[in-house]
Ligand binder design. Structure first.
Ligand SMILES: C[S@@+](CC[C@H](N)C(=O)[O-])C[C@H]1O[C@@H](n2cnc3c(N)ncnc32)[C@H](O)[C@@H]1O
Length: 381
């Protein structure tokens, strides 16, 4: 059994996991799920090193190697570790009390004394180690242990893979054009591209491509991509960023870019992913009247864009997109109307046989932003 532990956006991460398994042909069986993690069995063990770099939302993959009704030192003997002279380690209790974590810690310290080793405990608590510390503490050379309490039983899991935060920092900081106020994060883009129910080698379109984040993640995931933006400057930025990514990551799929309105551009694609224009920049929460006005304008734009997608996408094409809603000064929520959802000729997809996932999915709004975001999965009728 294997533990997949999620970072911030847990619902999206769960969905991403199932979709990546589907695309990679990984057969699996769900053993148990909570908000923050799932436990999974595989008839054939997949490539975990590859999976951790493919999954934007999974921060750890760990092997559940032992289960017991009571805490005792047996879990230390069964650990896949030989206690060298020097090493660092961390313990993470999930659904445990602090006393239980301390008890686990005591058994590990006893073993360290027995082996005359100088193991250094870097972390023993109820929270999990942030990925940058995982690497700076060299936990991959020591060990990281998850102790989970599930239905009054203790399960012990040893980390096999930790997400590499540099993977995103590198792309964010090294791409030639960086417009941070407009750009979607690479992590979100990777997760959303992964959630497209679309086989590799097909073509996806981003009708609001900006500086090309979805396009790059799409190409990394093996799709041909089409980018559309109504500003020539953005198209030039996408061009430079894609050319950089092609060399950097050895990407071989094709791309096309057009300076056009998303409502009118002509193209043919099998799937679509985007974060659209989300309305005017707001420094404070709007009053109700203003929020309604902004939403109505956005709704008109999005209706026209979905009309175009209806003309340009193949039948049953998947669309994964961010759509906004607004909170007013008085705490009212102003969102897209039912007229929009009835008008677009796209169904809200529901295809999650394995886990409990609602569509749309709330997405943590970046600090400082007044606009709330939800991620929708649609399927063309
Ligand atoms: C939220 S940004 C997209 C960010 C993009 N995902 C990225 O990573 O850079 C929205 C983009 O839509 C473009 N845009 C606004 N209205 C548009 C329209 N009607 N048609 C096409 N693009 C539009 C803007 O120029 C902007 O680059």
């Amino acid at each position: 059994m294997f533990l997949f532990f999620f970072g911030r956006d847990q619902v999206l991460s769960k969905l991403e996991l199932t979709m990546v398994f589907k695309k990679e042909g990984v057969l699996f069986e769900k053993v148990y799920e909570e908000e923050k993690f799932v436990i999974i069995d595989f008839p054939r063990i997949p490539d975990f090193e590859k999976l951790i770099s493919q999954l934007g939302g999974t921060v750890r993959i760990a092997k559940v190697y032992y289960g017991a009704e009571k805490l005792s030192e047996e879990f230390v003997d069964k650990l896949d570790f030989y206690f060298p002279k020097n090493f660092n380690y961390a313990v993470e209790g999930i659904n445990l009390t602090v006393d239980e974590v301390n008890e686990v810690e005591g058994y590990i310290k006893k073993a360290i004394r027995q082996y005359k080793s100088k193991g250094v405990q870097k972390h023993a608590t109820l929270s999990i180690v942030v990925p940058s510390n995982y690497f700076s503490w060299k936990l991959e050379e020591g060990f990281e242990l998850f102790v989970l309490k599930i239905k009054n039983k203790y399960f012990f899991a040893q980390t096999l893979e930790c997400t590499n935060p540099r993977q995103y920092e590198y792309k964010d900081n090294k791409r030639p054009v960086q417009k941070l106020t407009r750009g979607t994060s690479f992590r979100l883009a990777q997760m959303m591209v992964n959630c497209l129910d679309l086989g590799k080698g097909r073509t996806l379109v981003d009708p609001f491509c900006g500086i090309g984040t979805f396009l790059i993640e799409g190409m990394i995931a093996g799709y041909n991509v089409i980018g559309i933006d109504n500003e020539e400057e953005m198209i030039q930025a996408s061009l430079r960023n894609i050319e950089w990514a092609r060399k950097e990551f050895g990407l071989s799929t094709s791309y096309k870019l057009f300076t056009q309105n998303a409502q009118e551009a002509q193209f043919e694609a099998d799937g679509c992913v985007f974060e659209p224009f989300m309305g005017p920049f707001m420094t404070k929460l709007p009053n109700k009247q203003r929020a309604i006005k902004v939403m109505q304008r956005l709704e008109e734009l999005y209706l026209e864009v979905f009309e175009n997608l209806n003309r340009s996408l193949k039948k049953f094409a998947p669309v994964v997109c961010v759509l906004p809603y607004l909170e007013t000064q008085d705490g009212d929520i102003i969102q897209l109307s039912s007229r929009f959802f009835k008008g677009i000729k796209f169904d809200i997809a529901s295809m999650y046989e394995h886990f409990q996932i609602n569509n749309p999915i709330d997405y943590d709004t970046p600090a400082g932003s007044r606009i709330r975001r939800r991620i929708y999965l649609f399927k063309k009728q």
